[in-house]
Design a protein around this ligand. Structure first.
Ligand code: CP
Ligand code: NVA
Length: 309
């Protein structure tokens, strides 16, 4: 198995294409072995600290279950517990944690918080979502697309909605595995140019294309996968009303889905705000595979943990 021991996953770009493929391959292997008696428990005696500045269902539960299934354990620190940078400096928190635990997952507002943790802790640090990226989500997303289509070559994913954290990691991940991406965002909400340029460079090497538009129909036309995310991310609640107005034409509903290929599937990182970025008819319809996608968070993160720890 490829040796990733000691590595951080702060950005999707922390993994090379080859390393990303290795994580995805191992995730498929672990998923196949899921309930069987030969389920490996390589993390016996190991502990994961999980520092969360924002709420979570999927990320928290899948990391806790992943550690348990791999033979280790985890400690959850709620927003009021760690208070990174307030109760003590981020480097000091990192220098404490590395003495007791074997890895850290951090869900932060500022991306710089998880970057600083990684810089100052001599143990692996995993980004469990920051305002800039959500690399663990991308691992699960790619696993889900791979399972559905048997590969990425010639497959096109249309991103419809806000071009922020989840979109950023997906851009980088898709570029590495050679999945085509078309991003449709309202003006002012496109992914950051530095991410897009980086993804374009890597996509070129890996035989994929990246496109950007403000027209959701153009992005979705003939696509194999449609992916959306909430219009107001955690921390942007005060912008909700104004964003709903701006993003309304970007709702993934039956009319938009009809523009994609008939066998297209729909992804959503969840939580979904039903009736906003996604209509019930789509989320509850036969083309949505969002719960397979959510399940894959577990398999992907088990692979990641087993490889970096
Ligand atoms: N998709 C995702 O990260 O979900 P949570 O916010 O519930 O962890
Ligand atoms: N973009 C969303 C993703 C949640 C998993 C947020 O940051 O709230």
């Amino acid at each position: 198995m490829m040796d990733l021991r000691g590595r951080d996953l702060v950005s999707m770009d922390d993994l090379t294409a080859e390393e990303l493929w290795a994580v995805l391959d191992f995730a498929r292997d672990l998923k196949r072995r899921g309930e069987r008696a030969d389920r490996p428990q390589p993390l016996s005696g190991r502990t994961l600290a999980m520092i969360f500045e924002k709420p979570s269902l999927r990320t928290r539960v899948t990391f806790e279950v992943a550690m348990y299934q791999l033979g280790g354990t985890s400690i959850y620190l709620a927003p009021q517990d760690a208070q990174l940078g307030t109760r003590e400096t981020i480097p000091d928190a990192a220098r404490n944690l590395e003495r007791w635990v074997d890895a850290i997952v951090a869900r932060t507002f500022a991306h710089s918080t998880v970057v600083q943790l990684a810089e100052h802790a001599r143990i692996p640090v995993i980004n469990g979502l920051s305002d800039w990226e959500h690399p663990c989500q991308t691992l699960a997303d790619l696993l889900t697309v791979y399972e559905r289509f048997g590969g990425f070559r010639g497959i096109t994913l249309a991103w419809v909605g806000d071009g922020n954290n989840v979109c950023h990691s997906l851009l980088l991940g898709a570029a590495k595995v050679g999945l085509n991406l078309r991003v449709a965002t309202p003006p002012g909400h496109a992914p950051e140019p530095e991410i897009v340029q980086n993804a374009e460079r890597q996509a070129q090497t890996n035989g994929a294309t990246i496109g950007q538009t403000i027209d959701p129909a153009e992005a979705v036309r003939g696509a194999d996968v449609i992916y959306t995310d909430v219009w107001a991310s955690m921390g942007q609640e005060q912008e909700h009303t104004q964003r709903v107005r701006l993003f309304r034409p970007y709702q993934v509903n039956a009319a938009l889905l009809r523009q994609a290929r008939p066998e297209a599937v729909v992804l959503h990182c969840l939580p979904a705000h039903r009736g906003e970025e996604i209509a019930d008819e789509v989320l509850d319809g036969p083309q949505a595979i969002v719960f397979d996608q959510a399940e894959n968070r577990l398999h992907a993160q088990k692979a990641l943990l087993a490889m970096i720890l």
